[in-house]
Design a protein around this ligand. Structure first.
Ligand code: DGT
Ligand code: MG
Length: 395
């Protein structure tokens, strides 16, 4: 029997929270991110704005040129979004005990045991969407399939407010027409190798013998891609899964040389990585900066901290100093991001309780501050407290 995995991803998350909280902004193009006239990027935008071709990581100046004058622009309120995220995760835990949060607006659930209690997959999916809507007034897109890969791809195909169920016997047909680049392990370096073989879709990948894939992608990735093309992928959901690293990165639609845009994007990545690390009780020592210059020149730089951390400011500070230490200034950047790894627990586990761990100097106050902020927000609401980083919207 295959498992039943559900992936849920909120629609236009930051923008939807803003429209929910400001009814007069509903139905209008809305951008969350930098303000017009400033440097910076679109963090996300409402579906009304996406119709004009605007999307995450687009420089704000470019978005302004495309969008009509009635567009609303707001600065992100990270603390408010983090609170909504917490509420949504709480709702998901009422559906299934096996919930794995993977980003601020995304989680996997193992719902294998629910069919006899709740009904067929479509009913489970509809129930998840209804509960989220009832609890926080937001729409989510849900995908259900036999493993993580299929569930994730399924949640994306009918966004926004989508519900897509892919039963095991339909996995082959579901995958066949998709571009092969959606498979895990296919990167900017490996994609051209398969393209040269005339491969466009996952169906095309399935025509290739395993040996060919191993030759072109390496043994490990070759096997992985071979299996994924046949719909075989990880079906384990583990709320406390020991992760090798937690990271976020942004690929810019156009190369960016403005250091302020790069800085802001790294700050966002640090906030998301820090928030996920604290939620999942990870403290890491190694901060890694990842950067890609046009077209495919990718570099990573790592720094080992004296003290393990999950603090946004410490993560950002380490990554930004790694950036500043290199002679990269002014070069057009295609991708930037950061990650944390090198978990502090020696048992390979990461079950650190931030409230019991008296972290030593030099940055325990950051760790404690972040943990305390999270705890206060969880208990009393996000707007109870905000850090300087999260500038409020003008409206
Ligand atoms: P969706 O899921 O396509 O309906 O739209 P979103 O906005 O929910 O996009 P998603 O799920 O990829 O990301 C969740 C939130 O994370 C999004 O609302 C804003 C933030 N975010 C995503 N990408 C970026 C980025 O490149 N820069 C910044 N600053 N924030 C981002
Ligand atoms: Mg989303």
């Amino acid at each position: 029997m295959s498992r039943l995995i559900l992936h849920v991803d909120l629609d236009a998350f930051y923008a939807s929270v803003e429209q929910r909280d400001h009814p007069e902004w509903r139905g209008r193009p809305l951008v969350v991110g930098a303000e017009p006239g400033q440097r910076g990027v679109v963090a996300t935008c409402s579906y009304e704005a996406r119709r004009f071709g605007v999307h995450s990581a687009m420089p704000i100046a470019q978005a302004v040129r495309r969008l009509p004058p009635e567009t609303i622009y707001v600065r992100p309120s990270m603390a408010r979004y983090a609170k909504v995220s917490q509420q949504v995760m709480g709702v998901l835990e009422t559906v299934s005990p096996v919930v794995e949060r993977v980003s601020i607006d995304e989680a996997y659930l193992d719902v294998s045991g629910l069919t006899s209690l709740v009904g067929p997959p479509a009913i489970i999916g509809a129930q998840v969407k209804a509960r989220i809507r009832q609890a926080v007034g937001l729409t989510a897109s849900v995908g259900i399939g036999p493993n993580r890969l299929i569930a994730k791809l399924a949640s994306d195909v009918q966004k926004p407010d989508g519900l897509t169920v892919v039963p095991p016997e339909q996995v082959g047909d579901f995958l066949a027409p998709m571009p092969f680049t959606v498979l895990r392990g296919i990167g900017v370096k490996t994609a051209p190798r398969l393209e040269r073989l005339g491969v466009k879709t996952i169906g095309d990948v399935r025509q290739l013998p395993l040996e060919t894939l191993r030759q072109h992608l390496g043994a490990r990735t070759g096997i992985q891609v071979y299996q994924q093309a046949r719909g075989l992928a990880d079906d384990r959901i583990d709320p406390a899964r020991p992760r090798q690293s937690i990271s976020r990165e942004t690929t810019f639609p156009e190369d960016v040389s403005d250091p302020r845009i790069l800085e802001e994007t790294l700050r966002w990545a640090a906030q998301e990585v820090g928030s996920i690390a604290r939620q999942t009780r990870h403290l890491g020592r190694v901060v890694t900066l990842k950067i890609r210059f046009h077209p495919f020149e990718t570099h990573t730089r790592s720094r080992t901290l004296k003290v393990p951390t999950a603090d946004d400011a410490a993560l950002f500070g380490a990554a930004w100093s790694l950036f500043a230490a290199e002679p990269w200034s002014g070069r057009p950047v295609r991708l930037i991001g950061l990650g944390i790894s090198g978990w502090s627990a020696t048992d390979g586990g990461v079950q650190m309780d931030l409230f019991e761990t008296a972290a030593p100097e030099p940055c325990p106050e950051h760790d404690r501050l972040a943990a305390t902020l999270d705890a206060i927000r969880n208990r009393f609401g996000a707007d109870a407290i905000q850090r300087g980083l999260s500038r409020r919207s003008p409206g």
